[in-house]
Design a protein around this ligand. Structure first.
Ligand code: ADP
Ligand code: MG
Ligand code: ZN
Length: 517
């Protein structure tokens, strides 16, 4: 009577066991697929993963976003519309549909779009372009459809697509096949944008830092036809942004926000937020009760050029070379009339590349520069190399970066600004092409002949040579100052601006009136 037992065992082995194994694999695969959304099962696969913030949840308002006044002004109309959509439609005004925020990374585009929702007190659906793309075939498109369906039910509201470029790259570029999914998703987005009625009160906002690669179809009327520029902050804006971020930070009395703003040209909002955070951490680490200026200085230094590498030692000769090199920059900058005063000179290494540094403090942000100012700037850049030659009768590799930057400026003076006698007021670069058009045209295409190119090269060389001679003359006549400052720098390693001018016996440089509005 072994028949039934065998039958049962066979049944278990041939049917139940494989099925069980299959089930395990099955559930494993699907857990992988829906990873990232906790609590999500594969049944909600096609559903949009957009983060939805209810109207009470968006706490960000315009007061949290500083220094982008023009962008805010342009967005006010959108806010008005979202607050009272019916009032708008009754008057028959043209209702914006898609608003594209354009600007470098970290300038506050994401923050600004949230602030629009916060100001208008409407729900905010946000999704990142890269999220659409990483999905399986066919899913991206259905997510887009789903996102719009959800949004229409909650109108008035905002749909925000961050990093639009990840999704909206021009179709037909890149490898064939690999981008089909993205293109399908993009097509769906275009179809949804065309299909819905803006009077329902849904505003589509998107952000990108690479508008030039966007598919032109996205920018056509009725789609993202409004562009709001979110630019890098100027000195006043940086001050305002810092003020936003120091709310709630305990500051010592010596902290001067305007000096911090002046110390951070080129920094965007995200960098500035970082500095405040870093300074607070540094102060906490030293058990201080308040954050003071030295913490901010250290935070800026850290972010500017990586951590100070005090431990790696240079040999004596290297150190001397770097000291004279930096003092060369410094003295030229202090002696010439139009250059920014030197804030600090140092031979403490920072990061991997910089052996020393000369920090000039611009008294204001500049939009226009005269020929004299550019020439003076060139002199400062060449000052490092000239000082090395003057003292050691030899050049080192330390000037590579200076020479590169000098060459770029000199070339621009010749080919873009029409600032040389030989060519006169003639520019060889075509007018900067409009940001969103002309995707086919490779930038930097030459518009002139080989002969002209050679003449331009000669002209650039002459400009550099002349400037080099001028700098040689200047430093040659002030060798005593150069030696004095370098000796002090070798001893102290870092010298601040006031002290530099005391050692050199020079007056404090006044803020300059460049006569630019
Ligand atoms: P983007 O989207 O342009 O890359 P984000 O909006 O993500 O920049 O900015 C990152 C962070 O930097 C913000 O959360 C905010 O803390 C800070 N930030 C950026 N710009 C500003 C600004 N204009 N005002 C205040 N904070 C800013
Ligand atoms: Mg962003
Ligand atoms: Zn240098």
């Amino acid at each position: 009577m072994k028949e039934p037992e065998n039958w049962l065992r066979d049944f278990l082995l041939t049917w139940i066991l494989p099925l069980a194994v299959l089930m395990v694999i099955w559930s494993f695969v699907f857990r992988k697929m829906s990873a990232g959304g906790p609590g999500e099962t594969f049944m909600s696969f096609g559903k949009s993963r957009a983060k939805i913030y209810g109207e009470s949840e968006v706490k960000v308002t315009f007061s949290d976003v500083a220094g982008v006044d023009e962008a805010k002004e342009e967005l006010m109309e959108i806010i008005e519309f979202l607050r009272h959509p019916d009032k708008f439609t009754k008057l028959g005004g043209r209702i914006p549909k898609g608003v594209l925020l354009v600007g470098p990374p970290g300038t506050g585009k994401t923050l600004l779009s949230k602030a629009v929702a916060g100001e208008a007190k409407v729900p905010f659906f946000s999704m990142s372009g890269s999220e659409f793309v990483e999905m399986f075939v066919g899913v991206g498109a259905s997510r887009v459809r789903d996102l719009f369906q959800q949004a229409v039910q909650k109108a008035p509201c905002i749909i925000f697509i961050d990093e639009l470029d990840a999704l909206g790259r021009a179709r037909g570029t890149g490898m064939a096949g690999a981008h089909e999914e993205r293109e399908q998703t993009l097509n769906q987005l275009l179809a949804e944008m065309d299909g819905f009625d803006p009077r329902k009160g849904v505003i589509i906002m998107a952000a990108t830092n690479r508008p030039e690669i966007l598919d032109p179809a996205l920018l056509r009327p009725g789609r993202f036809d409004r562009h709001v520029l979110v630019d890098r902050p100027n000195i006043k804006d940086r001050e305002d942004i810092l003020r936003v971020h120091i709310r709630g930070v305990k500051l010592s009395k010596d902290v001067d926000i305007s000096v911090l703003a002046a110390r951070t040209p080129g920094f965007v909002g995200a960098d500035l937020a970082n500095i405040v955070n870093e300074a607070a951490l540094l102060a906490a680490r030293k058990n201080k009760t308040e954050v003071d200026m030295t913490d901010f200085e250290a935070a800026i230094d850290r972010i500017v050029a990586g951590l100070e590498k005090k431990r790696r030692v240079m040999n004596k000769k290297e150190k001397e070379t770097v000291a004279y090199h930096e003092c060369g920059h410094t003295i030229v900058a202090e002696l010439l009339p139009t250059t920014d005063p030197v804030h600090r000179v140092s031979i403490v290494q920072r990061g991997i590349a910089a052996l020393g540094y000369t920090l000039q403090l611009p008294t204001e942000d500049r939009y226009l520069m005269t020929r004299t100012e550019l020439l003076d700037k060139l002199c400062v850049m060449l000052g490092g190399r000239v000082a090395e030659e003057l003292i050691f009768h030899e050049s080192s590799t330390g000037a590579q970066n200076d020479l590169q930057r000098a060459a770029i400026i000199a070339r621009s003076m010749v080919t873009e600004y029409g600032m040389t006698e030989k060519f006169g007021p003639l520019t060889f670069e075509k007018e900067r092409r409009p940001m969103f058009l002309d995707i086919g045209l490779p930038s930097g295409a030459k518009e002139y002949s080989e002969d002209t190119a050679r003449e331009i090269d000669q002209e650039v060389k002459r400009l550099i040579d002349d400037t080099y001679k001028k700098t040689q003359g200047l430093l040659g006549a002030n060798q005593d100052k150069l030696r004095m400052l370098a000796a002090a720098l070798l001893e102290k390693e870092t010298i601040e601006g006031e002290e530099i001018r005391r050692i050199l016996g020079l007056p404090e440089k006044k803020e300059q009136d460049h006569g630019v509005g």
